[in-house]
Design a protein around this ligand. Structure first.
Ligand SMILES: Nc1nc2c(c(=O)[nH]1)N[C@H]1C(S)=C(S)[C@@H](COP(=O)(O)O)O[C@H]1N2
Ligand SMILES: [Mo]
Length: 361
């Protein structure tokens, strides 16, 4: 083998069969659905590593154990006895944008669309942990899903952990409803973890076990996957909060095959949404000349501090070829790059959204 491309990547623009298999099971949010402040359930993006597990909500129980004073076994009715809390949360897959990297990491080939915003209803995780009484020796909490598979040479249940202080954040939820309806099978029924502001992988679906532990969890999804690294030998930095990002509803009408946009000349209302996992959005800029000049868009109020912010600006479209771009900045001063630094997993790609448009009468 003389290939110099990193393991797990491909040096081709053609999709591999493995990527196609993932792409037909999982789906993104069509960008025109940015119109909805809350993404209708079937339009929210979906990512399932293995299979959707068969779980009977009537016999399902949540086990809360490990280093706790009182191990708990809770039914859905037990959880519903706590005062419910509802939080609007923008969730994005850490791999969103990966398919545009070169060489391309072979995994779910997202372009721009692995995002959605939903109202999640459930019990604050802190309430359940306080009922169990977490031991002083505990430093992390491990969350286990019912789904099982083989990945990176390891057979596993889908598992992730949070440091105790992260788990105790008041907004962290054990959610049993999505947009006012019981969780559908694909989004984690009957119960999932929701950690507002963090990338998607944190939000463990089909939860069966919560364990307080006194050593850092080193399972595959924590120690191997979801780390920013450019060399397979590096330990890498764990992915946590979502980077600042904005997207636009592509204007005009698409070509069926290429999806290239056609717009008629004159006033064209451009609309989109922006979010960041760490700070409020304070600015969205729009360019109609592929990033040469930028103009501020008007911002709308967001439905909550963990939900995206709408933006709009009118463009006087003139005949010809144009590349529209949007770029968000958050209150921490973070903004979106024009070019994205490459990484092995294809994570946290928050490059500006570029939409080529043909304007013709
Ligand atoms: N148990 C389990 N939880 C999981 C996953 C999974 O495969 N199994 N996928 C994770 C990833 S990578 C993402 S991006 C989100 C996707 O959530 P959604 O499908 O509800 O949008 O769920 C996360 N939680
Ligand atoms: Mo993800």
């Amino acid at each position: 083998m003389t290939s110099s491309i990193p393991p797990g990547t491909v040096d081709t623009s053609a999709l591999t069969f493995d990527e196609l298999q993932l792409a037909t099971r999982n789906h993104g949010m069509p960008l025109e659905a940015l119109r909805y402040e809350l993404t209708p359930v079937g339009l929210h993006y979906l990512l399932v590593h293995y299979d959707i597990p068969a779980v009977d909500p009537a016999t399902w129980r949540l086990q809360v154990g490990g280093l706790v004073a009182t191990p708990l076994e809770l039914s859905l009715d037990d959880l519903r006895r706590h005062d419910p809390v509802t939080v609007a949360v923008t969730m994005e897959c850490a791999g969103n944008g990966r398919a545009r990297l070169h060489p391309r990491p072979v995994s779910q080939p997202w372009l721009y669309e692995a995002v959605g915003t939903a109202e999640w209803t459930g019990v604050p995780l802190t309430a359940v942990l306080s009922d169990a009484g977490v031991d002083d020796r505990a430093i992390e909490v491990v969350f286990t899903g019912a789904d099982r598979g083989h990945e990176g040479g390891v057979e596993q249940r889908y598992q992730r952990s949070l440091r105790l202080d992260q788990a105790l954040a008041e907004e962290t939820l054990l959610a049993y409803e999505l947009n006012g309806q019981p969780l559908p099978p694909q989004h984690g029924a009957p119960l999932r973890l929701v950690v507002p502001g963090w990338y998607g992988m944190t939000n463990v679906k089909w939860l069966t076990d919560i364990d307080a532990v006194d050593t850092p969890f080193d399972g595959y999804q924590q120690a191997t996957a979801y780390r920013w690294r450019t060399d397979p030998e590096e330990a890498g930095e764990p992915l946590r909060h979502m980077a600042v990002r904005s997207l636009m509803v592509p204007p005009g009408i698409p070509d069926f095959l290429t999806r290239r946009r056609r717009v008629t000349p004159g006033a064209c209302e451009l609309f989109g949404r922006a979010w960041s996992g760490t700070a409020p959005i304070i600015r969205v800029e729009l360019s109609v000349d592929d990033g040469v000049t930028w103009h501020d868009a008007d911002l709308e109020a967001s439905v909550g501090r963990f939900a995206w912010t709408g933006w709009r600006r009118t463009w006087q479209a003139e005949p010809g070829e144009h590349v529209l771009c949007c770029r968000a900045t958050d209150a921490d001063g973070r903004t979106q790059p024009l070019e994205h630094p490459w990484n092995l997993g294809g994570y946290a790609v928050n490059t500006v959204h570029r939409v080529p448009v043909t304007v013709e009468p």
